[in-house]
Design a protein around this ligand. Structure first.
Ligand code: KG4
Ligand code: ZN
Length: 377
């Protein structure tokens, strides 16, 4: 179905957002979001400072049907115009994934349309294609509440893992620090707000695995030591919350930019070698190169150095600005989807389903939900 315009219903229930969306478009994008409904359960989980799986699956079950109906009505289409139903089939909290996938199977059966079982991480990974038609290959920094990874993305079936977290995910670190400081859940936006009013140099916090501290050049992440340092700091002395937030966010920024710089070299080795035989490591884009309207450097030989940032933490503006500076220095073009498409939503699931269906993909109704489902083999 390559080249054909498809209309896809997407369903997302892998964490604490119950979401449905209708997206129309042609691979590789950009696509059109006809509707996108995201019903957050954050209020139900707030007293616990994190997502409670049993509460999440019950809440999905209660409202998913209504959310789907609203998405279809909001798109202004007849159900018969839907070409396929895409649902998150993992990774995530298994109860919620089962609710979404089972519902999608029912809709697919009822409409007589194909089911696409989508990897939630692929949804995040392909969002920049939905919003601006970003071409393969690109380097992906995926930073959410459950995941923190750097991947080279060469195509729908070509994900190369350069680094991942050895303990907490970046968003999880934001949430845990927020909880320590008595801030609301989810913690990321709260910490960002207060950090803007604080001094990032007020407290000296560790940067685990930062290259300068570690002989091994790694693209792996570690955040639990940083979180523990914040806990010890708050136990030891009276702190100014804004300064803790600013110092913590500064440490996260250093860790993310350091690891992304390392992964940029890995990406260049994997994807740019054929273009520049014998010149591995050299910049592929001239610093003076003008960007075209899409924000990417124009000119054929330069089009392969792209960084896409995805996942809830990509909504953080200070992190976005730091990554923009890194991209400027390393001659990478940067694509960050708008904040509503960085956090969990069903438009990204619909889009990933659209791309897979366009490439001939689709799944049998017997497909199983998966709590764990890495992008790279
Ligand atoms: O992608 P997402 O919506 O859900 C997962 O798949 O995990 O990401 C949610 C995570 C939460 O940990 C939240 O605190 C974090 O993204 N987050 C932020 C910001 N907005 C959301 N972290 C830092 N700064 C933000 N502005
Ligand atoms: Zn997510």
């Amino acid at each position: 179905m390559t080249g054909k315009t498809l209309t896809i219903l997407g369903i997302e229930t892998s964490c604490d957002e119950t979401a449905a969306a209708v997206v129309r478009g042609t691979s590789p994008g950009p696509g059109e979001i006809l509707s996108s409904i995201v019903a957050s359960q954050a209020g139900a989980h707030a007293p616990y400072g994190g997502v409670v799986p049993e509460i999440a699956s019950r809440a999905h079950l209660e409202i998913l049907d209504a959310v789907i109906e609203r998405a279809i009505a909001g798109a202004g289409i007849a159900p018969g115009e839907i070409d396929g139903i895409a649902a998150t089939a993992g990774p995530g909290l298994i109860g919620g994934v089962m609710v979404g996938l089972t519902t999608a199977k029912g809709v697919a059966l009822g409409l007589g349309k194909p089911l696409i079982a989508v990897n939630h991480l692929m949804g995040h990974a392909l969002t920049a294609r939905l919003t601006q038609g970003t071409e393969f290959p690109f380097l992906l920094l995926l930073v959410s509440g459950g995941h923190c990874q750097l991947l080279g993305v060469g195509g729908l079936d070509d994900f190369r893992l350069y680094g991942s977290t050895i303990d907490d995910a970046a968003g999880e670190a934001f949430d845990k620090v927020a909880k320590l400081l008595g801030l609301a859940y989810p913690g990321g936006p709260e910490v960002e707000k207060l950090a803007a009013q604080g001094n990032p140099r007020a407290y000296d916090l560790p940067r685990p695995l930062v290259t300068g501290h570690n002989i091994r050049k790694t693209a792996d992440f570690s955040f639990s030591g940083l979180k523990t340092a914040v806990r010890l700091l708050t136990e030891r002395q009276t702190v100014k919350t804004e300064d803790v937030c600013a110092s913590f966010q500064a440490a996260v920024i250093d860790i993310l930019t350091d690891r992304t710089r390392t992964a940029m070299a890995m990406f260049e080795r994997d994807f740019l070698r054929e273009q520049r035989p014998g010149k591995v490591g050299a910049a592929a884009v001239l610093p003076t190169q003008k960007n075209d309207a899409s924000g990417f450097p124009s000119g054929r030989a330069t089009q392969q150095k792209r960084l896409v940032v995805a996942g809830g933490v990509a909504a953080n503006r200070a992190i976005g600005q730091a990554l923009a500076r890194l991209c400027g220095a390393e001659a990478f073009a940067l694509a960050v989807p708008p904040p509503v498409l960085c956090t969990d939503n069903a438009a990204m699931i619909a889009w990933a389903g659209l791309e897979r269906l366009a490439a001939g993909g689709g799944d049998a109704l017997g497909v199983s939900p998966r709590a764990r489902w890495p992008l790279s083999a």
